[in-house]
Every structure is written in C-alpha cells, then in structure tokens.
Design a protein around this ligand. Sequence first.
Ligand SMILES: [Zn+2]
Length: 201
Amino acid sequence: MTGKTHAGIGIVTYIGLCDKLPGKFSYIGIVVVGIASLLPDADHPKGILNKYILPFKNKATKVAVYVGMGLITLLLDHFCFNKPIVKVLGFILIMIGFSSHREGITHSIVGMVLFTLIASYLGKMYGIHQITYYFLIGYGMHLICDMFTKRGVPIFYPFKNKKYKTPVNFSTGSKVGIIVEEIIMMVGLMYVIYRLPFILF
Ligand SMILES: [Zn+2]
C-alpha cells in the first residue's frame, strides 16, 4: 500500500473518531496521525519519510543512516540524557537500519508500542496530551491496512517471524491494488467532505 493511501486512511479514521477522543478535533492531531501512518515504512528505503531522511534511496544508505542515527542517540544518552526512553529510540533506529521492508520491528505490535511510548513522552514534553491516541490511530491503521496486502505483516515480531494477512488481499502496485487504493481514497475524501462541517462549525 502506498504512503499516500496510508496517510489518507489514518487521517480519515481520525476525523471519524475525533468526536469521541479527549480534546476532540485538532490540526496537530491530523499532523501526528499523518506522520504515525507513514512511520512503519521507515524500513523501506523509498518510504515517504525516507525521501526526506536519506540522501540516496537504497538499502546500503538506509543501513548506514539509521545505524548512524541510532549510535549517535545512544552516545548522547550515555553522555547527556541517561533516560530509558532515549535508549529505546537508539535501539529502534539501529533495528530499522538492519531490517528489510516488512521483515522487522516497524510492522509489529512491539514496534507500535515502543514508538507510541516515545511519542507519548515527547507529547508530555510539548503539552500535546492526546498524542498517544493520535499516534495509535495512525500507526495501528497502517498495520491493519498492510494485512490486506499479499506480503502480509509480521505482527508478532520478534516473537514470531510469520507474516499475517487477511483471506482477501491484493498486491501493492498491481492493477487491482491501484484500483482498490483509488476507491479507498475517493470514499475517504467524500466522507471527509461530509464530516468536516460538523467538526469545524
Ligand atoms: Zn507498511
């Protein structure tokens, strides 16, 4: 599934649920949900976020940049912060560096929980108290949606390497896949147009 569709589905889900969340609708919510929706594909050198992070979009650069960022984070933690959450971030970055697309931590419940902990910590620091909800919606919907693709998702990594998928699934980039994603985006857009007046006014 493309990054665009992931971000679209995450944001539409947020707009659908925001009435029931503490803090209701917020623009920060849209931004956080969007970023969290894209985050699991940090394990793909051509993922949308990696367009901004990697100077060259290939596997070797991804390994070098993520392992480098992880080591710097661990060193900073050792000499300055000394906080468990910073150590977690350092280790996650290194794991992302070494994992191939959909083979590792980012497409698992463990990854979702660890990233959500980091996001919650940052949220507390910057006064965005609903960040945990925003983050879980974006990240969770990404994992659920990837289960509808042929490649499946190693949801129980690192305990189980097996990839899980729904009985009905499609290949990303195939004719059917492109049509399915376009329909999802169109239906999502119509829903947002219908919902926005209720949320904003
Ligand atoms: Zn993915």
